[in-house]
Design a protein. Structure first.
Length: 356
């Protein structure tokens, strides 16, 4: 049963041909954009090729991006240029009209907890079959209290607090998003050395928090609780035991701070059968601390700059195996993965199409 999650190595889903090497040999450039001062946002005209790709995906596979407020997506997601502020406020409705974008990661919940009414506003902007991936607030998932520059200043007394996880995250998300909840992700920020040395105690706190959460299914039938980490030392059987015992899953984190997909798969095998939650964050070319470098290099996020064929092909295989077993799939992709998240979603959808 576990092996069915990963198709045989000799029959992987077709991957797009590797493009010419950089520098400056970029592909998949968005159409010329037009600027608008409108206060409403229109979706890009339907693309028959995208509609065909969407029709070829299993219904339980939901792909999306990390947030949606990028003017550079004009011609791909929006019909023209809009301001970032307007997109952040009103762009989700147009985003959800894209044939392949059936999910989105609400990253801003990580920086400040959202209220039930704020979640409800988001839910009202998308169709019934859309599902949200939401990051838990750093208030709960970061072991350190950080300054504006991101440096840890002191221990966070609320780290993995069951009460705050429930009141500031899970209950408001369930109340506001309802059955549009897809995955609620507790992404543990990098742990300081002092806590890494006490990992068993951290696991106890994680287990206590997860067990304090209510079941999602009565409100959100497709809902999943997932835990993502940033320290490779934490990818252990002990973490699997905690997740399995609490009915949670592991969020496959594609980030340079973690090993590649193949080295994370033992956790998914140990939790099989179960859903796949994946957040594809940063291209490994930029290293563990290259987020800002990728941000600057890839702006305005309107083209594929550094295609990561290896990661995309491996991810497509895991998605295919999970979907074939009838399990739910939530994959969200950042602009920092390859240069343009909507184009990465399209390339991944192409890799998931059945062989002719």
């Amino acid at each position: 049963m576990q092996d069915s999650l990963f198709p045989d190595a000799d029959t992987p889903p077709a991957a797009p041909a590797a493009p010419a090497a950089r520098p400056d040999a970029v592909t998949d450039v968005a159409p010329v954009r037009r600027t608008s001062r409108s206060t409403t946002i229109e979706a890009a005209p339907p693309d028959p090729a995208l509609l065909a790709l969407a029709a070829g995906l299993p219904p339980q596979v939901r792909l999306g991006t990390s947030t949606w407020s990028y003017p550079g997506w004009a011609g791909m997601v929006w019909d023209r240029d809009y301001s970032e502020a307007l997109l952040a406020k009103r762009g989700l409705t147009a985003y959800a009209q894209h044939p392949l974008l059936r999910s989105v990661c609400v990253d801003r919940a990580f920086y400040r907890p959202l209220s039930a009414s704020q979640y409800a506003q988001l839910a009202a902007m998308v169709p019934p079959d859309f599902r949200f991936v939401v990051k838990a607030p750093a208030l709960v998932t970061d072991a350190l209290v950080r300054g504006e520059e991101g440096r840890g200043r002191q221990p966070n007394p609320a780290f993995l607090s069951p009460e705050l996880a429930l009141q500031e995250f899970v209950l408001p998300a369930l109340e506001g998003l309802g059955d549009r909840v897809g995955a609620l992700v507790f992404q543990l920020s990098p742990l300081p050395v002092s806590l890494l040395a006490q990992w068993p105690r951290v696991l106890e706190r994680l287990a206590a928090m997860l067990h304090a959460l209510p079941p999602l299914q009565p409100t959100a039938p497709d809902g999943v609780i997932a835990v993502e980490v940033r320290n490779p030392e934490l990818l252990t059987p002990a973490l699997v035991d905690v997740l399995r015992g609490a009915g949670a899953t592991y969020c496959l984190g594609l980030h340079p701070k973690l090993p590649p997909i193949e080295e994370q798969l033992p956790l998914l095998r140990a939790l099989w059968p179960g859903p796949l939650v994946c957040r594809w964050n940063v291209n490994p070319l930029h290293g563990a601390y290259g987020y800002e470098e990728a941000e600057k290099l890839y702006q305005p996020f309107d083209r594929m700059v550094d295609p990561d064929i290896e990661t995309r092909t491996a991810l497509a295989r895991v998605i295919t195996g999970t979907a074939r077993a009838g399990q739910k799939v939530y994959v969200t992709i950042s602009n920092k993965a390859e240069g343009s998240a909507p184009l990465s979603v399209r390339a991944l959808a192409e890799a998931l199409q059945p062989a002719a």
